[in-house]
Design a protein around this ligand. Structure first.
Ligand code: COA
Length: 316
């Protein structure tokens, strides 16, 4: 069961107009093509670890769970502060979790779905009873700030959920997760770099049109799969909480599902694309403002570099 929700956004907000001062772009273009109005960008001292720890602490506070009860921390990130120790292991230390294990998941923008699915598997196998799943990203560090095709799309932030095994095998909890990957499409969205290869830029590179072309179809089939496996239909879905990459992709999927936008949680306008952090950030916002309530059927989907994509169906 998902019992805790938390998030953290850097204080500094960068508007489209501010970007237009440095890049040949405009608020009108960015809003029209993506729905993005602004993004949060890390300041001094804000890192993947610090944001992950803040979001996770808030999620534990929400759930009223003591760090002693946590068995594992899984962090989805493509922008860790270090290759190792894993972000998750630093978070275990920050939160004072003495007996846990932790690791990072690198599945780009689908990372949260991959991490959620992993946590669910550990719990179902009886290897953990309480897992904190976090998405934390510092994309501002890997963007080529001179490339208007990518620099305007992303932001920084972190979101977290606490998942707990339930003694009551009732209807609440993670009902289905489905994960996919296709390495043949690896060159349409990737980071040009690796540790120890200094001739590479280390920047995110993307063929936006190609990514867009794959997105709606793959996401729609991933959510179809989720509903079919649970024996449910679109009409049963209370909320769609999609990865927040582009409002046109989100609207495209909602249209195919015949879900009105009133039942879709949208944060891309204020957060931009925070990659693996976008779904838990959106979840936290909608739970705290009362839109998503206990008993609601929540459908999540994401697609990212790899390509990787997937879906998760959860009864809160
Ligand atoms: N401001 C102004 N013009 C821009 C621009 C910007 N920030 N970025 C690109 N352009 C220009 C291009 O240079 C191009 O100009 P040209 O026709 O003179 O060559 C024109 O806009 C169209 O570019 P194109 O890339 O074809 O635009 P598009 O309609 O495909 O929109 C995206 C670009 C990136 C918004 C869109 O492809 C997209 O959202 N793709 C999915 C990306 C995504 O979600 N990635 C993350 C997945 S996790």
């Amino acid at each position: 069961m998902l019992v805790g929700f938390g998030s953290y956004l850097p204080e500094r907000i960068v508007t489209n107009d501010e970007l237009s001062e440095r890049l040949e772009t405009s608020d009108e273009w960015i809003r029209g093509r993506t729905g993005i109005r602004q993004r949060h960008i890390v300041g001094d001292g804000e890192t993947a670890v610090s944001m992950a720890s803040r979001a996770a602490q808030r999620a534990l506070d929400f759930a009223g769970i003591d760090p002693l009860e946590v068995d594992a921390v899984i962090v989805a990130t493509s922008t860790p502060d270090q290759v190792f120790p894993a972000t998750a292991v630093r978070v275990l230390h920050d939160l004072g979790i003495p007996n846990g294990f932790g690791f990072d998941v690198a599945a780009a923008c689908s990372g949260f779905i991959y991490a959620l699915s992993s946590a669910d598997a550990f719990i179902r196998a009886g290897n953990a009873k309480c897992v904190v799943v976090i998405g934390s990203e510092v994309y501002s560090r890997i963007l080529d700030w001179s490339d208007r095709g990518t620099a305007v799309l992303f932001g920084d932030g972190a979101g977290a959920v606490v998942i707990r095994a339930s003694d009551d095998p009732g209807e609440r909890g993670i009902l289905a997760t489905h994960l996919h990957a296709d390495g043949a499409t690896g060159d349409i969205l990737y980071i040009d770099g690796a540790i120890g290869l200094p001739e590479q830029s280390g920047h995110l590179r993307m063929n936006g049109r190609e990514v867009f072309r794959h997105a709606v179809g793959k996401l729609t089939s991933a959510v179809d799969e989720a509903l079919q496996s649970a024996g449910l239909s679109y009409n049963d879905v209370s909320w769609l909480v999609p990865h927040q990459a582009n409002i046109r992709i989100i609207e495209g999927v909602a249209r195919k599902l015949q879900l009105p936008m009133e039942r879709v949680v949208v944060t891309v306008d204020r957060h931009a694309n925070t990659s693996a952090a976008s779904i838990p950030l959106a979840l936290d916002e909608a739970v705290r403002d009362g839109r998503i309530k206990q008993g609601d059927l929540v459908l999540m989907e994401a697609l990212g570099g790899g390509l990787t994509w997937g879906s998760a169906l959860v009864r809160l």
